[in-house]
Design a binder for this molecule. Structure first.
Ligand code: BG6
Length: 511
């Protein structure tokens, strides 16, 4: 994706990886399986030490056993031969630390230095990657403590400390600005890697390569040919156990739309960068975010919040949101967001972008559908019947759909002649289907941190522009005036979201 791709190996020969929050779910479900896969495929050198850091008392051996179980369960390589695991686990260490108390960081630093001296030799300088898989209130204190505890590199070798931050990056514009300025006081922006795991998905990266690697589509992607664009990120699951507390202070707008969905919008709407490098790509994304305009002057008309109520799915009773664990029984938190927005620039003027995301919808699907305009004339048609109701149907608009997940694909829908002795039309699809077994997003993202490529990470100005756009909606939804519209589980969200398109004669695609 950038100049760094010339080499798939890390940019510096020696690294240490520290995972803060090593007892947590993210470490077992995503990070350790991804590191194991990278190591198995030769992207992580044999002598790279990985330190799990957390509050609980644990020996190295106990940690290794826990991680073996986690990687066998969640890794994508299946059964791990024992000798292979032992080889990987020999570089796995555990260090107990209270992240919010500065004292222990000096001890952690000495341990990392000693280990590096044993593995790499006495005078070899390694880069340290510190992954903050921890609660957001500890982001800043732990970076402060790292810097005070000896991890802060000299000014001319900032690359020797890279800090990876997991979302949420604040819960609104002001808290996000505060977090960014706190981090920027301690670290250079180039040392901060804010993860949006959507950008690590193979199919998401392909959006730019497909757009700018082909000459035939790009001339069509603008207001002259595109009627509208739909971005859907739907989930059939409700609130996973243990997440109710977090979700009820967050909601779908903060959890998913402000980050993943707006990132998808940026990729499909941005201009080609002058060169395909991280900062230039991110400059173009910022321009898109800064050009966003609400679909109407009235927030309730362009931003729809919904909440699911209980019902049955596949014959089984399913809780409504308010009955979920650790959710307030009178919660007004949205589990669905639908939006109509415009990208006010020369290319996209007057083309609506419809965004929707929600929990407990009929399917887990993420896709971007570009809906083109109809042909100017309809010389051909065909008779189609729905029961006894028959009518003439002309060409249908072409669409180009990037299916991010599942069944990853790119599909172009066209009208073609229906075989037979009449000039009848039918709709057919030209499709590229991705192979199975694509790399996990965290594999790519961790590898990029190691090789110092921040293309797929969110820069602070991108973050700020995204928060700035959603802030009026967040403010409005905090007031008593806002009540989310209820929707039944296993449906495509509240009625108002259907009307959002229906008002202009458009319809949501059924993915
Ligand atoms: C996370 C959200 O960022 O993305 C979750 O916090 C959501 O609520 C998840 O379920 C969806 O990710 P994916 O990769 O499964 O589509």
């Amino acid at each position: 994706m950038s100049a760094a791709d010339k080499s798939v190996l890390p940019d510096s020969p020696h690294h240490s990886i520290l995972i803060f929050g090593a007892s947590g779910d993210l470490t077992s479900r995503k990070l350790m399986p991804a590191l194991f896969t990278l190591w198995s495929e030769g992207f992580l050198l044999d002598d790279t030490p990985i330190f799990g850091v957390a509050r609980r008392e644990k020996t190295d051996d106990e940690f290794r056993h826990e991680m073996q179980a986690a990687v066998s369960r969640h890794g994508r390589l299946g059964e791990i031969p024992d000798d292979q695991w032992q080889k990987f686990a020999a570089r796995l260490f555990y260090h107990r630390l209270d992240l919010d108390t500065p004292d222990g960081y000096v001890g952690l630093h000495s341990r990392v230095e000693e280990t590096e001296a044993q593995l790499f030799g006495p005078d070899v300088a390694a880069s340290r990657v510190v992954y903050l898989a921890i609660t957001p209130s500890l982001f800043l204190p732990s970076v402060e403590n790292l810097c005070a505890g000896g991890f802060k590199p000299a000014h001319d070798e900032t690359h020797r400390l890279r800090v990876v931050v997991e979302k949420p990056f604040g819960r609104d514009l002001s808290s996000s600005l505060e977090l960014s300025s706190g981090l920027n006081r301690l670290l250079d922006e180039s040392q901060i890697y804010r993860i949006d795991h959507y950008l690590g998905k193979e199919t998401v990266q392909n959006i730019l390569l497909f757009r700018f690697g082909n000459a035939i589509f790009e001339p069509l992607l603008n207001r002259n040919h595109v009627d509208h664009i739909q971005i859907t990120m739907s989930e059939d699951q409700g609130i996973e156990s243990g997440r109710g507390g977090y979700y009820d202070t967050s909601g779908a707008l903060r959890d998913v739309l402000q980050n993943h969905v707006l990132q998808l919008l940026c990729l499909v709407a941005m201009e080609p960068p002058a060169v395909f490098l991280g900062d230039q790509i991110r400059d173009e994304k910022v321009k898109v975010l800064e050009s966003l305009r609400p679909g109407s002057d009235n927030i309730d008309e362009w931003a729809i919040g919904g909440q699911y109520v209980g019902g049955t799915v596949d014959g089984k009773a399913v809780n409504g949101y308010r009955q979920e664990d650790r959710v307030a029984p009178n919660s007004r938190r949205e589990t669905f967001v639908g939006m109509e927005v415009f990208v006010d620039n020369w290319r996209w003027a007057h083309v609506p972008f419809y965004l929707r995301t929600g929990k407990r919808l009929p399917a887990r699907v993420t896709e971007i559908a570009i809906q083109f305009k109809l042909p100017p004339l309809h010389p051909f048609s065909t008779v189609e019947c729905d029961g006894d109701d028959c009518g003439l149907v002309g060409s249908r608009p072409n669409s180009l759909v990037f299916r991010i997940q599942p069944e990853e694909s790119i599909t172009l829908s066209c009208s073609v002649k229906k075989p037979g002795h009449q000039y009848n039309l039918e709709r057919q699809r030209l499709q590229y289907q991705y192979p199975h077994g694509l790399a996990e997003a965290y594999e790519r993202l961790l590898l990029d941190v190691l090789r110092g490529d921040s293309t797929l990470f969110t820069r602070s100005d991108e973050l700020e522009a995204a928060w700035r756009f959603v802030q009026p909606v967040l403010d409005h939804w905090e007031t008593e005036k806002f009540q989310p519209e209820f929707y039944q589980v296993d449906t495509w969200g509240p009625q108002a979201a259907i009307t959002l398109l229906g008002n202009s004669g458009r319809e949501w695609r059924e993915p």
